[in-house]
Write a protein that binds this ligand. Structure first.
Ligand SMILES: Cc1cc2nc3c(=O)[nH]c(=O)nc-3n(C[C@H](O)[C@H](O)[C@H](O)COP(=O)(O)OP(=O)(O)OC[C@H]3O[C@@H](n4cnc5c(N)ncnc54)[C@H](O)[C@@H]3O)c2cc1C
Length: 410
């Protein structure tokens, strides 16, 4: 057990969490000459929700989860009839509080505001990612694959047009294509039965978030003096002498001038243990990765009716989907997993070799009622960089920049 004196902190900034959000923050801090100590309860980077997500750097698709369409979906969710969305309804105060705030955000005005707030952060993220890669071309199967949002009902078209128009002033290139035009751009959509149209976003990117965490961690360690303690399960954060004392489950202690919490969904427990409110709800999702089938997509394809995404990732295809609200157990439920496979098979039967699924995974998205992350210095000085929800991979780099600026503030 380590017991350093309060006058000699182990770190200038302790970052809790080595997922995409924590790694991106460590990068932004290192750029500013900060001495960073990265702490994670796991034994390697990127093993939480960042491990096998949908791999989309979805800079143009920042639409908030709470939308007016939610009201139509609620009965199906309540009765368990919506295959993509589930919710565990409880009378637990956190669920009720979060649920009310979520529903309050389901107005057209809030959807517009939340979507554009996230878009601004996504664009900062795109710029920060480009700057990182210009300097250090780390390998994480990154490419500008483009994306097609497949639409299956004519009433989806006016909404798609409105969203394209709202994002155009921000430099987002998107085009609404007929089914035939969409198949010409992405032949894999020939397998999409009932396709009505598709929104094409040619500038969207993909990349493996786990490979990113591992590669960035190695870069920061070898070239930027990053220190890491894996196996450090932060249990309590105590203000001390203008800085912080971090206590691990094991009794191990770390002293730091600043602390930044990037602990994904587990930030909820950490904050509540400090008597602080948490804006986070767990929304569980699933993914699988498999070799390509006879008609694999070259671009990312989002099936908007089944709410799932196909992503070309190196020589594999990843499929991700399902949103189980208020499900906090990260272990995959075999029935839900089988549902995702069946939905993917119905969506694009030839995209994947469904007999050779290699990797099955579930993760917990840390979602706020607004779908925008909370990047803030709390009154006690603690910096939180949490609540990245459905888009943490997309938003990590810009969030790191914003959070690092908070450390610089007097
Ligand atoms: C099925 C699915 C598909 C998704 N697809 C996409 C996508 O295509 N594009 C996109 O942008 N986003 C996607 N997401 C969302 C994205 O994966 C998350 O928003 C993102 O991974 C959150 O990153 P994070 O670093 O905050 O959390 P995590 O990756 O969970 O990292 C948190 C880290 O903190 C550590 N930790 C937690 N508590 C403690 C503690 N007390 N002490 C020490 N360490 C601790 C954990 O071990 C973990 O390593 C998807 C999510 C899911 C589930």
């Amino acid at each position: 057990m380590q017991t350093p004196s309060a006058s000699t902190p182990d770190a200038d900034v302790a970052v809790i969490g080595a997922g995409v959000v924590g790694m991106a923050a460590a990068w932004a801090l290192a750029q500013r000459g900060r001495q960073v100590l990265l702490l994670d309860r796991a034994e390697a980077p990127g093993l939480g929700t960042s491990f096998a997500n949908g791999a989309q750097l979805s800079y143009a698709y920042t639409d908030a989860m709470a939308s007016p369409a939610l009201w139509g979906q609620l009965p199906g969710m309540l009765l368990g009839r919506d295959a993509a969305f589930r919710a565990r309804f409880t009378l637990q105060p956190h669920f009720l509080r979060w649920g009310m705030a979520f529903l309050r955000n389901a107005t057209p005005a809030d959807l517009h505001r939340n979507t554009l707030a996230t878009l601004a952060l996504a664009l900062e993220s795109r710029a920060a990612m480009a700057a990182l890669l210009a300097r250090h071309p780390i390998d994480f199967l990154h490419k500008t694959a483009g994306k097609l949002h497949a639409l299956y009902t004519p009433d989806a078209l006016p909404k798609a047009r409105a969203m394209i128009a709202a994002k155009r002033p921000y430099g987002i290139r998107q085009e609404l294509l007929s089914a035939e035009e969409a198949v010409a751009v992405e032949p894999a959509l020939a397998g999409a039965r009932g396709l009505v149209a598709a929104v094409h976003s040619p500038d969207e990117e993909v990349g493996d978030p786990w490979r990113f965490c591992v590669a960035l961690h190695a870069l920061l360690t070898t070239q930027y003096g990053l220190q890491t303690r894996f196996g450090f399960d932060a249990h309590r954060l105590l203000p001390e002498g203008g800085g912080w004392r971090l206590l691990a489950q094991t009794g191990e202690t770390v002293l730091a001038r600043h602390v930044m919490v990037c602990a994904g969904i587990d930030s909820h427990t950490l904050l509540r243990r400090m008597g602080l409110g948490s804006p986070l709800m767990a929304v569980k999702g699933y993914s699988f990765t498999a070799p390509p089938g006879p008609l694999p997509p070259k671009a990312s394809i989002t099936d908007t009716s089944r709410k799932l995404v196909f992503c070309p990732l190196g020589d594999r295809i990843r499929v991700a989907g399902l949103a189980d609200l208020n499900h906090w157990d990260p272990h995959p439920d075999p029935d839900r997993f089988a549902q995702l496979v069946a939905m993917a098979q119905a969506s694009l039967p030839e995209a994947i070799d469904f007999d050779r699924i290699e990797h099955r995974w579930a993760g917990l998205r840390p979602v706020t009622p607004q779908s925008t992350p909370v990047i803030r210095r709390l009154p006690n000085g603690l910096i939180v960089n949490i609540g990245h929800g459905m888009l943490g991979w997309t938003l990590a780099m810009g969030s790191g920049e914003r959070a690092a600026r908070l450390v610089e503030m007097p």
